[in-house]
Design a protein around this ligand. Structure first.
Ligand code: UD1
Ligand code: UDP
Length: 367
């Protein structure tokens, strides 16, 4: 059996891993390496437990610091593991520092790289993850793409034969786990002090963790002012990076409609997606899930990350400004019932098929 080392480190990667690993392990020996980038129980362990993801074979415990420090420390440790394991391939997901560190460690050892969620582009290096995407795609041997726009971006960069449109594993996960919800997952929501909270009957679901929106009081407060002005309460599970700031702003400004909670597990999150009225986010994953669930979404960001979601104004960009967010939330949207550009819910199977064909020599390795 061929050996594949999979490198993950951040919350959205655990979700993609859950669906891909289940299929991959039928035909390959998978060695799972967790860089440690996300490490709190509710940013990491909860996903492994609730989504039946096998325990990582390695946890490198690398987190925090500047992007350069984090990436550098990851590469050093990943190289050691890869030298020990000598895999036939390295598998990475998405665009985090863990993704690029894995890819750089592998390419230097001559290990072919399979990049899942390849071809995603924002078109600006101002976005901290863009360099991770561009570098990983440049050195990957196999590009597995979620949507047609990803294929176009890669083609424009001269990458053709190694590109396979397989669909979005996030859509696989959404379909698989949405069918297995029973409401108990909503009882796990707690406030920032860890006390259980009662979910309002009707609500908006918000997440915001991008450093561009949350590292300054002014921007986060503009977002809060918009949510406070709405007719219904907002449920906001807060990423650890901005919990203290969010709690302080809500306390100082006396906001009453914003329910701050600890980060929730994936099943709880998609349950919130399915039950919410509308979604406000800066998350790449959540804006797609809003689209999967046919919920209007406002993405607080300057750049389009998933062009397909913008059809019919289902997903609209807004600046971190109260009036712009409210205007976008009030704009009518139209979902086309038959438009599903994220695949058929079997991206994981297609991913593993593409890997098998790669080893059979039919995969067209890019140079
Ligand atoms: C990272 C990814 C981003 C992705 C996000 C998913 C990069 C460059 N960015 O951003 O693309 O959208 O993950 O959630 O890789 N922290 C904790 N506990 C944790 C995790 C993080 O306290 O479990 C703290 C870290 O110590 C750090 C801050 O949160 O100070 C930011 O974490 P980091 O992993 O650097 O970036 P994210 O914002 O999570
Ligand atoms: N999510 C979660 N718990 C939360 C917030 C989000 O499980 O408290 C899920 C969300 O439903 C989506 C994924 O995390 O599946 C998105 O990850 P994140 O926003 O951290 O990263 P991004 O997608 O922006 O890279």
């Amino acid at each position: 059996m061929r050996k594949i080392c999979t490198v993950v480190g951040a919350r959205p990667q655990f979700i993609k891993l859950a669906v891909v690993s289940r299929v991959l392990r039928k035909d390959f020996q998978e060695v799972l390496i967790h860089t440690g980038q996300h490490y709190d129980y509710n940013m990491s362990d909860v996903f492994f437990k609730e989504m039946d993801i096998p325990e990582p074979d390695y946890n490198l415990g690398v987190s925090g610091g500047t992007h350069g420090q984090m990436t550098g420390r990851m590469i050093i440790q990943l190289e050691e593991v890869l030298l020990q394991e000598r895999p036939d391939m390295l598998l990475v997901f998405g665009d985090t520092n863990s993704t690029m560190a894995g890819a750089l460690a592998a390419v230097k050892l001559g290990i072919p790289i399979c990049h899942v969620e390849a071809g995603n582009r924002l078109g600006t290096l101002k976005n901290p993850e863009e360099a991770n995407r561009v570098v990983t795609d440049r050195i990957a041997a196999l590009h597995l793409v979620c949507t047609p726009s990803g294929v176009e971006f890669l083609n424009r960069e001269g990458v053709f034969s190694s590109v396979h449109l397989v669909g979005d594993p996030m859509y696989d996960a959404f379909c698989y786990y949405s069918a297995r919800l029973d409401g108990t997952e909503l009882r796990k929501i707690t406030n920032l002090d860890g006390q259980p909270v009662t979910l309002p009957e009707r609500f908006y679901y918000m997440t915001s963790h991008r450093q561009e929106n949350t590292d300054q009081d002014e921007k986060l407060d503009q977002i809060f002012q918009a949510m406070e002005a709405l007719d219904l309460p907002t449920v906001y599970p807060v990423h650890p990076r901005n919990q203290a700031r969010a709690a302080r702003l809500c306390r100082e400004q006396g906001y009453r409609k914003i329910l701050l909670t600890l980060p929730v597990g994936y099943r709880t999150s998609i349950s919130l997606v399915n039950r919410s009225e509308k979604i406000v986010t800066d998350s790449g994953g959540l804006q797609r899930e809003a689209f999967f669930a046919r919920k209007p979404c406002v993405t607080i960001y300057d750049y389009v990350s998933w062009p397909e979601t913008m059809a019919g104004r289902c997903n609209q960009l807004a600046k971190p400004e109260k009036e712009d967010i409210l205007a976008k939330l009030n704009t009518p949207v139209s979902f086309s019932p038959s438009y599903q550009p994220f695949g058929d819910g079997h991206a994981a199977e297609k991913t593993v098929d593409a890997i098998k064909r790669f080893f059979e020599g039919k995969g067209n390795v890019s140079e």
